[in-house]
Unconditional design. Sequence first.
Length: 369
Amino acid sequence: MKRTAPPKKNRKDMKSITILLAAVTAALWLVLLLVKYIVSGVSFASLMDDILANILGILPPIILFNFLYEYLTREHVADEMTEQITETLMSNPQAIALFDDAPKKAFVRTTIQTLVGEEESDMVYGVVEPYLEKQYNIRRFFRYNITLRDYDNHPLFPPARYLRVYEDVKYHKHYMGDNYLPQEFCVGFFTDTARLDRELHGQTYLFRENLKVDPAVLAQLAALPAEEQRQFLTRQMALNVYINDAKCELKSAVIDEAGIQAVFCSTHDEADRSLSIEVTFNMPQLKGFSEFLVSINEPTFSPMIQLSYPEGSMNVTMFPFLNDGEECLVQNAMRTTGSCDIYLQDKWIYPMSGVVFLVEDKNRRRSKA
């Protein structure tokens, strides 16, 4: 249960209690004084003399050890209470959980301001705020494998012009806030870079990739009947999606000038906030000077990214924009011939991050020379 009391209400309640206690004490004192006067039979003057003598005896200790002591030590007591309250809040998540979201966010903002200063606090809080608002989902056990190979006498994709790209991406995803993965979702392969960038920042597609083929070949695929377009995805591209290790059904496929779009159906429970996801496929890509973008658009823990290629016919240049650790250095990631390996063990990667691979066809370079 969350409890927050307005400061003005607290002060009003305290004032009422003090007045009530003073009234009860005065009434009780008058009653006892009257009983003493009636029972003792002494004169009123003698009774008042005893009362004054008692006041003179107890007043100095009250003044010295109550009022004066409290006055001299109140600042120390306030500091100690503040320190104890702060220590309790800082070390006890259950205590902080009693507050509403607004006071907790104000506490975070104030803490940041004390650490980095007033001018920089807005910048730092701006970075933290999307996570406090649960705008991002998070990924764990992220594995992305890319393998480049040549085609073998394919009628649409001759080996001299196309390479075959095998991709396998898998991860565990935890959905935050109110967003979730519906049972019907999309996978897209886009020829338009602007649209690809837009979809990378959105949540419309479960997976999206850049597709580079000749417009004439794409038009030939787009002219196929709907069922043959579907077979192209299932047989030629071997596109498969698994949610919680259950294979999803390809509901429909559309090939047009924008690329390839596939709609899948899953049987997972939409209320499940944690899902295991895997996407596997192979696709054609024009040879020459191609680029592959591995984009990390959500907070991801311990990602592993690997690209393997035939070093005899291809050159690969890697441009990582991840953390600044040694794992991301090009010379460390490309130690193995024919492979680029990045593994950021026990580290978080934040959006937008990723790796760009530039692939150059050696045979084409030789022919131009």
